[in-house]
Design a protein around this ligand. Sequence first.
Ligand code: HEC
Ligand code: HEC
Ligand code: HEC
Ligand code: HEC
Ligand code: HEC
Ligand code: HEC
Ligand code: HEC
Ligand code: HEC
Ligand code: HEC
Ligand code: HEC
Length: 305
Amino acid sequence: MSRLAALALVALTWFIVPAHAQERALGSPDEPKTCLNCHDTPDVTGVLHGAHMVKADARTKVSDEGCQNCHGDSRAHAARPADGQARPKPAVVFAGAAASPVADRNKACTGCHEGGAVMHWQGSQHENADLACTSCHSSHKTQDPMLVKTAQAFVCFSCHAEQRAAAVKPSHHPVTEGIMTCSDCHNPMGSPTLHMLKGTTLNETCYACHDEKRGPFLWEHAPAAEDCSICHTPHGSIQTTLLKQRQPYLCENCHDSSLHNSQPFSGNSLPGRPGAARQMILNGCANCHSQVHGSNHPSGVRLGR
Ligand code: HEC
Ligand code: HEC
Ligand code: HEC
Ligand code: HEC
Ligand code: HEC
Ligand code: HEC
Ligand code: HEC
Ligand code: HEC
Ligand code: HEC
Ligand code: HEC
C-alpha cells in the first residue's frame, strides 16, 4: 500500500513540476514577449510597430513595464491561474464585454498625455459625452486611424451623421477625398473655442488656409471680417462655394431691395424687358460686387473691384 502511495506521489510531482516550469517559461509580465506568448495575433501585434513600444524611448516605460504601460498591473493575468479559477483580467481592459469603466481607460492614457493637443480634454464636449480616448484611437493598429488622412473622417462619421450627409453635397471641403481632415479645423480632444475649433476664433480657423481673406482691407465688408459662417457652412452645401443660401436671398438678409430691383424670378429681371433690372442678371449680386470679402482697390468702395 505504501509503495502505491509513493508511486502516486512521484506521478503527482511529475505532473506538477512541468506545470510550474511552463509558468516560469512564460517569463516576466514586464516583458512584452511574455504577453506575446499567448497574444501573437495580428490584431494585437500591430502595436509593436507604433510609438508606444519603442524601448529606447524612456517615456513609453516599455523597458520597465512592458505592455503594462497601458494595460496596468497584469501580473496575475499573465501567470497560471489557480486550479479551477478563471484567469484574472489585466487592470485595464479597453474593449469588449470586460472593458474597464471609461474613466479608468482614459486615466491610463492621460497618465502620459496631459499637455499639448490633449490639454483641453477635461470639460470638452467629448469628455462630457463620456467618450473614451479609444472611441477614436486604435492603439493596436499599425497606424492609428486618427493620424491617417483617408481614415479619420470615417471614424467621426460613425457618430456624426449630419456631417457625413453634408460631406457628399456638391460643394464641400475635400475631406472624404483624403486631402483634408476634420482635425484641420477641429481639435476633437477639446479647445477653448466654440465647437472645439482649432483657431482662437472661427475666422482664425479659416485664415489658416484662406489667408487672402484676412485683410486688412481698404474697403471692408463687415460680415466677412466678423464671421465667415454668416454666409458659409463649413461641411457641405447644395449651393456653390459652400454658401448657406443662394443669392440674392443671402445678401438680402441684410441689404434691403430698395436700391436694386431684386425680384429675381419676375419677368422684370429678364434683360430687354421694360424696367429690366440689370442688377439681377443671373441673380448674382457678386457678379458686380465681386469682392464680397473686402477690397483693396482705390475705387472698391462698393466692393465691385
Ligand atoms: C498564458 C497565456 C496568457 C498570457 C501570458 C497573457 N494573456 Fe492576456 N489573455 C489570455 C487569455 C486566454 C485571454 C482571453 C480572455 C479571458 O477569457 O480571460 C486574455 C485576454 C487578454 C485581454 C483582454 C481581456 C478581455 O477580457 O477582453 C488583454 C487586454 C490581455 N489579455 C492582455 C495581456 C497582457 C498585457 C499580457 C502580458 C502582461 C497578457 N495578456 C499575457 C492569456 C494570456
Ligand atoms: C507610458 C506612457 C504612455 C501611455 C500610457 C500612452 N501613451 Fe501615447 N504616446 C506615448 C509616447 C512616448 C508617444 C510618442 C510621442 C512622441 O513621439 O512625441 C505617444 C504617442 C501617441 C500618439 C501619437 C503617435 C502615434 O504614432 O501613435 C497617440 C495618438 C497616442 N500616443 C495615444 C495614446 C492613447 C489613446 C493612449 C491610451 C490608450 C496612450 N497613448 C497611452 C506615451 C504613452
Ligand atoms: C473624438 C475623437 C478623439 C478622441 C476622443 C481623442 N482623440 Fe486624440 N486625436 C484625435 C485626432 C483626430 C488626432 C489627430 C490630430 C491632428 O491631426 O492634429 C488626435 C491626436 C492625438 C495625439 C497626437 C497629438 C500630436 O501632437 O501628434 C495624442 C497623443 C492623442 N490624440 C491622445 C489622446 C488622448 C490621451 C485622448 C483621451 C484623453 C484622446 N486622444 C481622445 C481624435 C481623438
Ligand atoms: C497605447 C496603449 C496600449 C499598449 C502599449 C498596448 N495596448 Fe493592448 N489594447 C489597448 C487598447 C486601446 C485596446 C483596445 C483595442 C484597440 O483599441 O485597438 C487594447 C486591446 C488589447 C487586447 C484585446 C484585443 C481584443 O480586442 O480582443 C489584448 C489581448 C491586448 N491589448 C494585449 C496587448 C499586448 C500583449 C501589448 C504589448 C505587446 C499591448 N496590448 C500593448 C492599448 C494598448
Ligand atoms: C473647414 C473647416 C472644418 C472642417 C474641415 C470640419 N469642420 Fe466641423 N465645424 C466647423 C465650423 C466652423 C463649425 C461651427 C459651426 C458652423 O458654423 O456650422 C463646425 C461645427 C461642427 C460640429 C457642431 C455641429 C454643428 O454643425 O454646428 C460638429 C459635430 C462638427 N463640426 C464635426 C465635424 C466633423 C466630424 C468633421 C469631419 C468630417 C468636420 N467637422 C470638419 C469647421 C469645420
Ligand atoms: C463615439 C461617438 C463619437 C465619435 C467617434 C466622435 N464624436 Fe464628436 N461628438 C460626439 C458626441 C456625443 C458629442 C456631443 C454631443 C453633440 O454635440 O453632438 C460630440 C461633439 C462634437 C463636436 C462639438 C459639437 C458642438 O456643438 O460644439 C465636434 C466639433 C465634434 N464632436 C467633432 C468630432 C470629430 C472631428 C470626430 C472625429 C475625429 C468626432 N467628433 C468623433 C460623439 C462622437
Ligand atoms: C486646412 C486648410 C483649410 C481650412 C482650415 C479651411 N479651408 Fe476652405 N478650402 C480648403 C481647400 C483645400 C479648399 C478646396 C479648394 C479647391 O477645391 O480648389 C477649400 C475651399 C473652400 C471654399 C470654396 C468651396 C467651393 O466649393 O468652391 C470655401 C467657401 C471655403 N473653403 C471656406 C472656408 C471656411 C469658411 C473656413 C473656416 C471655417 C475654411 N474654408 C477653412 C482648405 C481649407
Ligand atoms: C457676406 C457673405 C460672405 C461672408 C461673410 C464670407 N463669404 Fe466667402 N464667399 C461669399 C460669396 C458670395 C462667394 C462666391 C463669390 C463668387 O461667386 O464670386 C464666396 C466665396 C468664397 C470662397 C471661394 C472663392 C474665393 O474667393 O476664393 C472662399 C475660399 C471663401 N468665400 C472664404 C471665406 C472666408 C474664409 C470667409 C471669412 C473670412 C468668408 N468667405 C466670408 C460670401 C461670403
Ligand atoms: C450679415 C449681414 C450682411 C450680409 C449677409 C451681407 N452684407 Fe453687405 N454689408 C453689410 C454691412 C453691415 C455693410 C456695411 C454697411 C455700411 O458700412 O454702411 C455692408 C456693405 C456692403 C456693400 C458696400 C456698401 C457701401 O456703401 O460701400 C456692398 C456692395 C455689399 N455689402 C454687398 C453685399 C453682397 C453682394 C452680399 C451677399 C453676397 C452681402 N453684402 C451680404 C452686411 C451684410
Ligand atoms: C449689375 C451690377 C450689380 C448687381 C448685379 C448688383 N449691384 Fe449692387 N451696386 C451696383 C452699383 C454700380 C452700385 C453703386 C450704385 C451707386 O453708387 O449709386 C451698387 C450699390 C450697392 C450697394 C450700396 C448702396 C449704397 O447705399 O451705397 C449695396 C449694399 C448693393 N449694391 C448690394 C447689392 C445686392 C444685395 C445685390 C444683389 C441683390 C446687388 N447689389 C446686385 C451694381 C450691382
